[in-house]
Design a protein around this ligand. Structure first.
Ligand code: PGA
Length: 252
């Protein structure tokens, strides 16, 4: 049975200064006033520089702050510029995004990602783990093989499945305005859920989100796929209006 809980996660990437709190204020005001009785959660993934101030701002249980990455050593080390899961957790966020294709393309391979996940779990951070195939892999019909590798080389039964959210983000869809067709997407999301059950050797209920060019104008199409447990939203999350319209249109 599909779960009713939905996640709307904004991935700000390299965007935001302290004044950008005004965006969060608008989102917070919307959620606080929202009379819609749907069960959803909003998470905003900000740059490291805003984690502390934004975490302090939120009082509404429906909203949380996430980091966008963490270093693979769990607490302290002598790596210049690195920020650990321990340091993030002390600032207030509950979540961290790991495995985003932006970071995979800069060297986060499966060995490093496994270490990062362990470090995040050790520090009680919840993980938003991104996976996705590129254009060539899709054309070559390799999507399931790629996703299986990305999941099985990093996730392990010993990780608590309750700490993990998976975000399926086809690389060809990120920031391009292209979204997968309904059949392709629903088949892929269902396969990911099956792969997770195999890895964890139980029916996990790990939420599987979709990410890539989600906009107020296309969000309604995703309702056709009840297996999608929410969305990771990049570009459109930098505008309070667009982000709020995504939530409103989803439930319209
Ligand atoms: P996009 O980005 O919504 O701008 O396509 C999604 C992401 O990279 O998480």
């Amino acid at each position: 049975m599909a779960n009713n809980m939905r996640y709307f996660i904004g991935n700000w990437k390299m965007f935001g200064i302290p004044n950008s709190l005004s965006i969060l204020r608008k989102i917070n005001a919307f959620i606080t006033k929202d009379k819609n009785n749907k069960i959803y959660k909003v998470i905003i993934a900000t740059p490291f520089t805003l984690l502390e101030s934004f975490s302090k701002y939120f009082t509404n249980k429906k909203i949380s702050v996430s980091a966008q990455n963490c270093f693979h050593i769990s607490q302290y080390s002598s790596n210049t510029g690195a920020i650990s899961a321990f340091m993030i957790k002390k600032l207030g966020p509950k979540y961290v995004i790991l495995g985003h294709s932006d970071n995979r393309s800069e060297g986060d391979d499966e060995i490093i990602l496994k270490k990062k996940i362990s470090a995040a779990i050790e520090n009680n951070l919840l993980i938003i783990f991104c996976i996705g195939e590129n254009k060539k892999e899709k054309q070559d019909k390799q999507t399931n093989t790629v996703l299986k590798r990305q999941l099985s080389k990093v996730l392990e039964k010993k990780f608590n499945a309750k700490n993990i959210i998976v975000a399926y983000e086809p690389i060809w869809s990120i920031g391009t305005g292209k979204i997968p067709d309904v059949l392709y997407l629903s088949k892929t999301i269902i396969s990911i859920k099956k792969m997770l059950n195999i890895i964890f050797e139980t029916k996990t209920n790990i939420p599987v989100l979709y990410g890539g060019s989600v906009e107020p104008s296309n969000i309604k199409q995703f309702r056709l796929i009840p297996e999608i447990d929410g969305f990771l939203i990049g570009g459109a999350s930098k505008s309070a209006k667009k982000f709020i319209d995504i939530i409103k249109n989803y439930y319209k």
